[in-house]
Design a protein around this ligand. Structure first.
Ligand code: PLP
Length: 407
């Protein structure tokens, strides 16, 4: 089969051919202080989960998220797991999550012993819809004693976990208000949100949050995460749980079964170098997204995530939704076509309730999540993307959906 660019499609669907002019999807820029800081950490013999860069990284992350405490972890999933425990999620509890997110949000609920209940996202900003959360809690759930219960599952509803999807904050104020009204906790999954803001308050600063520093994130440490809070007791408990619940470091006394989820100083060294130029990284993401919008937004059948008037988005990942009924082409076909031209894209996340891992976890229909799960395509969004590479991507998308630019 030939794609519309005239290339034979012998390449797996979402993978771009490895060729010298390949445009990668979302890779970090490690060309700043990263090598120097790593060398410093190694020279100081600080490779493990303590050291100067770790302390500095935690302080820098806390400042960027506008919170008092950041507790660094080995991954965002680990940070979320601990955050759910700190929020009081107990085995058998239900946690409301958006149906369209990376699977780690729901996995972390399960790690804490809970069960995700996936509700739909809104069609404009692609975030967990506060009205649907309110409606689910008011009309579907019942108070049994002091416990809000989902009658369909018999489970208590312990928390809601909005996700700042694609570098755009969820409506944290609205969801926070719903959560307090119903007496449940809120855990913000800010894995994709660091640097964004909701009504002027930095993402990750809603009370209890988790961020990720994996290799494709706005700020990377190679791998890593952090638990964010303003509460000293919560931060102390988080530190305890990620360090094998060690009561007495000298005598190896451990108060309860726990985890080794600590970040290493080497990862923190990379993270510190990234934080040095956080402003530049955010500006690069926003510039890349703005150009995609400028040159693609007018095309029939192609849609972008809108920015809410109350939001400042980092535009960590530029994502389009392609309506196959209008364009005559599916997102998957566009992805394959770009791959054939050496352009790597990201496939859409499968809605949680349609994954094998969390099959059937949506108590109500999720049409928007299902539509994005079919029609979305994550475009190349590396901060290192050159203007020339971006021109190639834009041209390839236009050709793939049969709307080439008029010259
Ligand atoms: C929304 C969301 N939550 C959680 C995570 C988990 O982070 P990590 O990959 O660092 O474990 C990610 C990572 O991609 C994410 O995008």
């Amino acid at each position: 089969m030939r794609c519309r660019l005239g290339c034979w499609m012998v390449i797996p669907r979402w993978k771009a051919a490895v060729r010298p002019d390949r445009v990668p999807w979302c890779v970090p820029d490690l060309s700043g202080n990263e090598p120097g800081y790593l060398a410093q950490a190694i020279a100081a013999g600080q490779a493990g989960p303590t050291g100067d860069f770790l302390a500095r990284f935690e302080a820098g992350v806390a400042e960027l998220a506008g919170v008092r405490y950041a507790v660094a972890t080995c991954s965002g999933t680990a940070a979320l797991h601990i955050a759910f425990l700190l929020a009081g999620v107990r085995p058998g509890d239900e946690v409301i999550v958006p149906a369209w997110t990376f699977v780690a949000t729901a996995n972390a609920v399960r790690h804490a012993g809970g069960h995700p209940a996936a509700l739909d996202i809104d069609p404009q900003y692609w975030q967990l819809d506060p009205d649907l959360v309110e409606d689910f809690l008011t009309r579907h759930c019942r108070l049994e004693g002091s416990r809000l219960t989902d009658p369909a599952t018999g489970r208590g509803v312990a928390a809601v976990a909005p996700v700042d999807l694609l570098g755009h904050p969820a409506d944290l104020d609205a969801i926070g208000a719903v959560a307090s009204r119903h007496g449940i906790a809120m855990v913000e999954d800010a894995a994709q949100g660091l640097g964004a803001a909701c009504r002027g308050r930095p993402a990750g600063g809603s009370g209890l949050a988790a961020v990720s520093f994996n290799a494709n994130k706005l700020i990377t440490a190679g791998s890593g995460g952090a638990i964010l809070t303003n509460d000293q007791h919560t931060a102390t408990r988080a530190r305890y749980l990620i360090n094998q619940a060690r009561d007495n470091p000298v005598k190896y006394r451990h108060g309860e079964p726990a985890w080794n989820y600590r970040m290493t100083n080497l990862h923190a060294a990379v993270g510190c170098a990234q934080l040095d130029r956080a402003g530049q990284l955010i500006a690069a993401k926003q510039r890349i997204h703005a150009r995609y919008v400028q040159e693609l937004a007018g095309l029939d059948g192609l849609m972008f995530q809108q920015q809410a008037p109350w939001a400042t988005a980092t535009r960590w990942l530029a994502t389009i939704a392609i309506n196959p009924h209008i364009t005559g082409t599916t997102a998957s076909q566009v992805g394959a076509c770009l791959a054939a031209d050496g352009i790597q894209t990201g496939p859409p996340w499968t809605p949680l309730h349609l994954t094998g891992a969390h099959h059937g976890c949506a108590p109500r229909p999720c049409p928007v999540a299902e539509q994005l799960g079919r029609d979305a395509l994550h475009l190349p969004s590396s901060v290192t993307l050159t203007a020339r590479q971006q021109t190639r991507v834009i041209t390839a998308v236009r050709v793939a959906i049969r709307q080439p630019a008029r010259i």
